[in-house]
Design a protein around this ligand. Sequence first.
Ligand code: AMP
Ligand code: AMP
Length: 226
Amino acid sequence: MKSNSSTLIKLLVLGCLSVVCVAEDFDFFYFVQQWPGSYCDTKKSCCYPTTGKPAADFGIHGLWPNYKDGSYPSNCDPNNPFDQSEISDLRSSMQKEWPTLACPSGSGIEFWTHEWEKHGTCSESVIDQHGYFAAALNLKQKLNLLQALESAGIQPNGDSYSLGNIKDAVKSATGFTPFIECNVDESGNSQLYQVYFCVDTSGSDLIECPVFPHGKCGSQIEFPSF
Ligand code: AMP
Ligand code: AMP
């Protein structure tokens, strides 16, 4: 029989193990990190986790499946709820690296549940719950974002920095162009709030972003302390 190479190609694209295939239903992830000082110094304020004030470092907000057209899937599987027993080995790292800042104070479970159920379930064809949280923790460690900024003299000390310098510093230290999201502090100053990187559908390799989110910072933005 003639070997059917187009079938083989289709199987490879779908990602088939034996005859069981998973079609990925998203194009890439945004990996989003957040500066806690900028979450907390707004009108809304914040509450420290029950485990104590987080370190003065970027925290993970989430790992979000996205489409190349800029839209994204959400809440993909109500039958796959967050189960903390699946990630008990990651819990202490998550408390450090993925701290909740919402009020009232919580342990983080509520925040991680939200992230898994809204975003994580949309990547369950590629990674399970443990793989999802482990992927985010690994990305944070690999990127070392605060170090990238500080080694370019961009420090969380309340000074303002140019958006261009921030992007250049991150690009040269990590190799990838970030998207910078700003918010405003209580006095209305634009400040560095969240930093987005793009990741392939495996959740492990950084890529250049196929599409950036919308939103605009000032050309000079504050980097508040925490
Ligand atoms: P998402 O729904 O994942 O797009 O993220 C937005 C939601 O996450 C909003 O409800 C935010 O208030 C919440 N959020 C963002 N950062 C944090 C944080 N550090 N701790 C707890 N909730 C957060
Ligand atoms: P603009 O300030 O809109 O003239 O943007 C100047 C350049 O920076 C353009 O290449 C934009 O796509 C890019 N840019 C604007 N805002 C951001 C942002 N928040 N994060 C990353 N790149 C941005």
